[in-house]
Write a protein that binds this ligand. Structure first.
Ligand SMILES: [Zn+2]
Ligand SMILES: [Zn+2]
Length: 268
């Protein structure tokens, strides 16, 4: 009987790939694209996927996404970096599509318009009927207003929105699945939420979508997004996993990836 390869338990995820990187283009990150490439080289990564924010029809006080002019620069600079670093690292130009149930056609049009290497789906903004509130924000004003609407309701609409997004938009990966209201103290998911999460995972499996292990959760709650309970279900369903640092500063590239082998070993 052949002995298992020593690395076999680690092959479930490629830790030389960071699939979620932002740059100063989104207005809330710092650092040029090239600084992130150099940071990735410094960490010994073999592939990075820039995943810039794309949102449509959001009514919010700050722009946390790229304009069309920003995306024009993004591709121009990205292609230059791909070429310049081709012998050292694989640079990919992806996108983080922010779901908006009122802009599905526009989002799908943007998905097909640009030559993305990799398309991610997220859901950041909750619509009150008048304005949007950022569900992943740590700002007290967002959290208080969302809590007023009701945590149960907001989260149910968040997970239902993801189901709608997965169904109607052609994306490769689902980002930070359980990060909504992550800064709300003592957050717990209800039985309804857990059922919706199960449906999300089943749909992802059907559509052959990957699930992101977003390591930005470690400093906040000592677990990635999503947490272990959801990851265990994803592993059981054999859903492909990809690590993403959600870097908003060059020194965050590949953050906490060293904690993933142990975490994944716990999930079996
Ligand atoms: Zn961001
Ligand atoms: Zn995000």
């Amino acid at each position: 009987m052949a002995l298992p390869l020593p690395d076999q338990q680690k092959t479930i995820i490629d830790l030389s790939l960071d699939s979620h990187i932002h740059t100063r283009l989104c207005n809330h990150a710092t650092g040029e694209m090239e600084e992130y490439v150099q940071a990735a080289l410094g960490k010994g990564l073999k592939t990075i996927i820039f995943r810039e924010h794309l949102e449509e029809d959001i009514v919010y006080s700050d722009r946390t996404w790229l304009t069309e002019a920003d995306f024009a620069y993004y591709f121009e600079e990205g292609w230059r970096l791909k070429e310049k670093y081709a012998d050292r690292i694989n640079v990919q130009l992806g996108v983080e599509i922010g779901f908006n149930p009122l802009a599905i056609d526009l989002l799908q049009e943007k998905i097909t318009r640009y030559p993305w290497d990799h398309i991610g789906l997220s859901y950041h903004y909750y619509f009150t009927g008048k304005v949007h509130l950022n569900m992943v924000s740590r700002r007290q004003s967002n959290i208080a207003k969302l809590a007023e609407i009701g945590v149960e309701k907001v989260l149910s609409e968040y997970f239902s929105g993801l189901i709608q997004g997965i169904t109607h938009l052609d994306c490769h990966i689902l980002c930070h699945l359980d990060a909504a209201l992550r800064h709300y103290p003592g957050l717990r998911f209800s039985a309804t939420h857990l059922e919706l999460i199960d449906r999300i995972l089943e749909l992802m499996k059907q559509k052959n979508m990957s699930l992101e292990i977003n390591t930005s959760g470690f400093p906040i709650r000592n677990e990635p997004y999503p947490g272990k309970g959801i990851l265990r279900k994803a592993v059981a369903l054999n859903i492909h996993l990809m690590a993403g640092s959600d870097a908003h500063h060059p020194n965050q590239v590949g953050r906490y990836f060293n904690r993933l082998p142990d975490l994944l070993a716990e999930l079996r």
